[in-house]
Write a protein that binds this ligand. Sequence first.
Ligand code: ZN
Length: 343
Amino acid sequence: MKATLFHTHGGPEVLEYADFPTPEPKPGEALIRLRAAALNRVDIWVRNGWPGLKLEYPHIPGADGAGEIAGLGDGVTDWNVGDRVVINSNLGCGRCDFCLAGQDNLCRNWHLLGETLRGTYCEYIALPLRQLFKLPAGFDYHAAAAAALVYHTAWHSLVTRAGLKAGETVLVVGASGGVNTASIQIAKYFGAQVIVIGANAEKLSLAESLGADLLVDRSKEEDWSKAVFKATDRRGVDIVVDNVGTTFPLSMRALRKGGRLLTVGNTGGPKFEIDNRFIFGKHLSIIGSTMGTLKDFAEVMSLVTANRLRVPLDRTFPLKDAAAAQSRLEKGEQLGKITLDIP
Ligand code: ZN
């Protein structure tokens, strides 16, 4: 099969479009002929590498993908060749105490496709059937692939961990990242009021098109926590979605007493200072998570494929041009998700 892969860490130039052996489905697995893959920031972090990351080379990046079942391993009964599917990239072992308790994203032997295992920048992938969600006829593979990781992550954080309720106020720090745009849509679906902090008018107009109620341009209001406090009648917001990290001090100021600060990432870097007085003095909860459970995936993808939640799509590149696609993501030029077309 064809794949875009790399043999060494580095910039986009290390990506090669090459031949790689087509995998075989094991018992309980399906072979999926991928039609679309979607890019995530983790693809770039893995390509750049970090101390302690051990990959089996060549490595194939990519967590998100959608396509149709092209083959089945032994012992599979409920699925058919030709079924259209989207992939849940969050792989639990299915056997440990966390997996058996339905908390598979806490698995003791947890893997993410494209990170610790070869991923979706390729024509074929073999996966256990529990990792697949059936797509309705006609649902766009690119929209499905683009939605999977970010909607799964945002749903687990906002709904499962934070218990988001109708009528709450949700502040999203960032207007255009995949988890941020998914968080805006999920919060609106639950009947929350949504405030978004964005880098510029163009990114904020995307947030507005997704239903954001109040937009704050951080290029004009550096201390945006004041604008948020004013907008909530000096009460503060119930929930902040902060995947920047370095903005925690402002996010903690913007929260009401007893508020929840959610984080699933750190696009601003991993280390920063926080003032502990805000945590105890304001009774704040800081809730971290990564990805979501099998149940979360089924719930949120049911809504995505019923067109109740929309994923904004940026540009599509052919699989062989994945380096150009990653460069666009690295430069932050995208508005919505970048996808790869796998013809
Ligand atoms: Zn497990």
